[in-house]
Design a protein around this ligand. Structure first.
Ligand code: NAP
Ligand code: ZN
Ligand code: ZN
Length: 352
């Protein structure tokens, strides 16, 4: 066991502040990573503030962060995938039982014994797992990803959650060339959805509450941009979408988007607002539409997404910040003032 610097919250109402945490010494199948960059996901904020207390109550102190890119500093004797000095990445999961039907299908995110990167039981050290707002992390090689070397590491970090969470449902629901795809909410997830859907060749329509994001949406790959508060603009798209990805973090009217689906169209929720959704049955019945949700993606698909991004030169648009600005970044995230993901430069933690 060794100690490493981290940022944690000690209660739902306290800001994140510097602390020391324990990490295990690498076992034979572990990879030790010096963290270079960690993205800030809105889930970090939900979890820190215990907004998901009904389903995933927060255990304090909480060290968030599940968009991790770093340099391998040590490997166990059985590690074959990585060597010291490699770039490596870790996303939202660090363990699973490896034996259940979900794991065998490469869908570790559905394993009943999945362990997320933070806030779930740590079988090695007791207590709960601690995430990427820290100097280093030790992870079993099964959950460590290879990073395409042509991409900027600060912009790769957000792919580990925002990238896979948007890539996976688009693949599952058959988004292909020329399908009409809607993306609701141009935040961290939304902007990756736009880039990925555009790279796939879909016709991409962004729905935003922020008129000032229109030009950015087009630059990111949107073919059309709709200001969602404008009912006439919304009405023009009624019954026309094959697929809509809803990546909104706060309470909103999801029914307004279900009505934009064509026959057999699907709306997938990846956004996880605190408040329950209101969905009239008839919106789904008419047109045999479906509403579903999707959590992150399996490890094999995460690697596939990283390789896809490598091939297409895709990274997140990041604002790189020192960790000392993390509380300010959370406040800005709540105002939808992020272009389009904060990526923490972890060198700033070393000097503190
Ligand atoms: N399913 C999963 O596995 C998974 C994985 C990661 C994250 N998430 C969840 O996905 C959600 C988005 O995460 P993120 O990191 O992308 O957040 P984010 O960067 O804060 O983006 C959220 C976007 O939602 C829109 N929005 C915010 N408040 C709104 C409101 N009151 N009404 C309508 N639109 C609003 C804004 O876009 P505009 O300015 O364009 O309107 C905002 O930029 C969060 O709930 C997060 O926990 C889920
Ligand atoms: Zn996330
Ligand atoms: Zn399993």
């Amino acid at each position: 066991m060794y100690k490493t610097k981290a940022y944690s919250a000690v209660s739902a109402s306290s800001p994140l502040a510097r602390t020391m945490i324990a990490r295990r010494d690498p076992t034979e199948s572990d990879v030790q990573i010096e963290i270079l960059f960690c993205g800030i996901c809105h889930s970090d904020l939900h979890q820190v503030r215990n907004e998901w207390k009904e389903v995933m109550p927060t255990v304090y102190p909480c060290v968030p962060g599940h968009e991790i890119v770093g340099r391998v500093t040590k490997v166990g004797s059985a590690v074959s995938k990585f060597k010291v000095g490699d770039l490596a990445a870790v996303g939202c999961m660090v363990d699973s039982d490896g034996t259940c039907a979900e794991c065998r299908a490469g869908l570790e995110q559905f394993c009943p014994n999945v362990i997320f990167t933070y806030n779930l039981p740590d079988k090695h050290l007791g207590g709960v797992t601690y995430g990427g707002y820290s100097e280093s992390i030790v992870v079993d090689q099964r959950f460590v990803l290879r990073v395409p070397t042509n991409l900027n590491p600060a912009g790769v970090a957000p792919l580990l959650c925002a990238g896979i969470t948007t890539y996976s449902p688009m693949r599952h629901w058959g988004v292909t060339k020329e399908k009409k795809v809607g993306v609701v909410g141009l935040g961290g997830l939304g902007h990756m959805a736009v880039k990925i859907a555009h790279a796939i060749g879909a016709h991409v329509v962004v729905f935003t509450t922020s008129p000032k994001k229109k030009e950015d949406a087009e630059r990111l790959g949107a073919d059309e941009v709709v200001i969602s508060k404008n009912a006439d603009e919304m009405q023009k798209h009624a019954g026309s979408f094959d697929f809509i990805l809803d990546a909104v973090s706060a309470d909103h009217d999801v029914n307004a988007y279900i009505n934009l689906l064509r026959r057999d169209g699907n709306l997938t929720m990846v956004g996880a607002p605190e408040k329950a959704l209101a969905v009239p049955a008839f919106s789904l019945i008419m047109g045999r539409r479906s509403l579903s949700g999707s959590p992150i993606g399996g490890i094999a698909e995460t690697q596939e997404m990283l390789d896809f991004c490598g091939k297409h030169g895709l990274t997140a648009d990041v604002e790189v910040i020192p960790i000392q600005k993390v509380n300010e970044a959370y406040a800005r995230m709540l105002k939808s003032d992020v272009k389009y993901r904060f990526s923490i430069d972890m060198a700033s933690l070393k000097s503190e």
